[in-house]
Design a protein around this ligand. Sequence first.
Ligand code: GUE
Length: 296
Amino acid sequence: MSAAILSGKEISQKILEELKKEVAFLKEKGITPGLAVIRVGDDPASIAYVNGKKKDAEKIGIKSYEHILPASTSQDKLCALIDNLNSDVNIHGILVQLPLPSHIEEQAIIERISPDKDVDGFHPINVGKMVIGQDAFLPCTPFGIIKMLEYAGIESKGKHTVIIGRSNIVGKPIANLMMQKRNPGNSTVTVCHTATPNVSDYTLQADILIVAAGRPCVVNADMVKPGAVVIDVGINRIEDKEHPRGYRLVGDVDYDSVSKKASWITPVPGGVGLMTRAMLMYNTVLAVKKANSIKE
Ligand SMILES: Nc1nc(=O)c2c([nH]1)NC[C@@H]1CN(c3ccc(C(=O)N[C@@H](CCC(=O)O)C(=O)O)cc3)C=[N+]21
């Protein structure tokens, strides 16, 4: 059997097209959605992601405001910038690209952002609301995974979802969303992590396997049940002198072997990463609607 490709490219494009219409409608009302993106230092991967976000924003009519700060920026200076953006009426969403340099306390920065402009969904207010099923900004990567399942019509109700990874930005929130009483969701959820012995004991039971381990080849075909849906959240740069950029991207899943056994698989690149970007745009439009009391 060969898996069908669950294309982040195709689905994210559909979402961006819908958002473009919504942005046009907001502009008719005299509102231009504004997204502030802060990057501290010049980690090459962060530069690439931030550029991608800027491109998406421009494509659909969201105005992006880029703030590029040196790696030596102090905690106080970054807080002062966030305070200004929090009170700026032209800014509806604020994203501080992570990771931050080690002298900056990341959690304090996340908590400095107004929960109403927290389009990453990382503020404890939004995390807490998500956990108890209240209206909140959902974190972009887990939200993107949910949208992919929805668009493909993949049934998760009553299924066993196994997640590898327990990060605050992927593992924990996707575990939460997949167990919530709504669809996609309604799954029985198991979370594996670095202290889990014999991970394959769990992955072999997975109807839906979500891999966010942060390293390549964590899952091969021997760990996958035939017909499983495999979602690969990993983005690893592998040195490749034959590639024009000098590297290529691979996920956390051994794509070649697993794609012969799964029913659906997400590619890397062209999978979850593009969905993350689309959901950031979705959350920015949502922030505008909330700020202006506009219903759907
Ligand atoms: N505050 C914050 N919010 C984030 O959402 C956030 C972050 N920090 N730090 C880093 C991670 C990672 N992330 C990605 C976004 C887009 C792609 C993406 O567009 N990937 C493309 C290819 C990208 C490329 O070619 O380099 C793809 O998979 O096809 C990947 C990864 C957002 N993150």
